[in-house]
Design a protein around this ligand. Sequence first.
Ligand code: CTP
Length: 406
Amino acid sequence: MLSSRKVLLVVSGGIAAYKAAYVARSLSLLGADVRVVMTRSATEFVGAQTFAGLTGNPVTTELFTGGPDVPHVELARGAELVVVAPATANLIAKMANGISDDIASATLLTVRCPILVAPAMHTEMWENAATQRNIETLRARGIELVGPTSGALSSGDEGPGRMSEPDDIVAGAVEVLRRSQELVGVSVLVTAGGTHEPIDPVRFIGNRSSGRMGVTIASEAAARGAKVTLVAGSLSVPVSSGIEVVEGPTADEMRAAVIARAPDADVVIKAAAVADFKPGDPATTKLKKSAGAPEIRLVPTPDILKELGTDPSLRKTGSVLVGFAAETESDPAGLGTYAERKRADKGADIIVANDVSSADSGFGVDTVRAVIATAAGVRDLGLVSKRDLARELIDEVIRRRSTPDV
Ligand code: CTP
């Protein structure tokens, strides 16, 4: 089932480390090639020899070997999935903050494949605001979580913080590996961020888009195995490694970058907040205050989505086109109406309409109230994280690719 898939199991120091031995055994029995990395404190709970015996592979416990090898880089490069079980509060904090002071955290900072984390800690540590913020950081990066569950803890207490059972962790690992293959060989073009339309060499007309939605979609598509190119307007969030970034700072430059690449793309997702109007004749030198308030004449920008949706020669045959609609509307029925109208008007296969008018939905925040319109109708997602919206959207794109008429 997992024949020769390369899985890295990172074991950190908690009593649940003994259960990680079952995880290693089950993954090996499913055919995976399992490598184990242990923190020093994990070896206080289970011996490295146990994992070596169960996996048939040597176990790594040290960052430095005294030789020319760089174990964390070698381990990270080969991995197709990393399972962190148990993940202590300490290791989760290191992952969230990019700390790499031992073999486990250094390996986790180096890997580019999907990561599945199974937290295990006392309830107080799990519920601490610091841990919860770190977990949110990991989730927003696309790192998957399994558990923790509620139950008996080593302290004798009961409560949330108990590591998920090994079978559930293994089922999670199988699912993440399956999803990581869904878009292998598929090229996805995503646009993100707002455009800046120059008034003069130092001033521009822009909008409040942070680019987070498009960047999250790009990262989700890459996590499914796609080859992703991101055409970026103004971004205030970092782009995951492994994604090719092309600059498209103005509507015209974004159009040129998209039109040049769309014929090779299997999926085009236009999440960018492109300005609808730009100054008609931007000044070539800085406008001086002493010259008085300028009159800025606005002219329409090219509607890139509509061009792609209405001129089939610009796109690969059978490709899927997705657009966004930013609305000051929180009612799902209203969002649905806008989405359907925009889908027909722009010739897109899928339109995501989202509310940008509420404090908990839209620009700069991590949650969004959204609906997805396809030929099959409108689906209300409610208030979701941008990561969950990205997942739902990529699932919808995959459905559309397998049944083009839906
Ligand atoms: N879009 C585009 N080129 C533009 C403007 C928008 O490609 N010049 C794309 C966006 O990337 C997004 C969708 O079209 O996918 C948004 O459509 P738009 O008509 O601009 O919708 P809103 O910004 O929501 O504006 P309005 O409500 O005024 O129609």
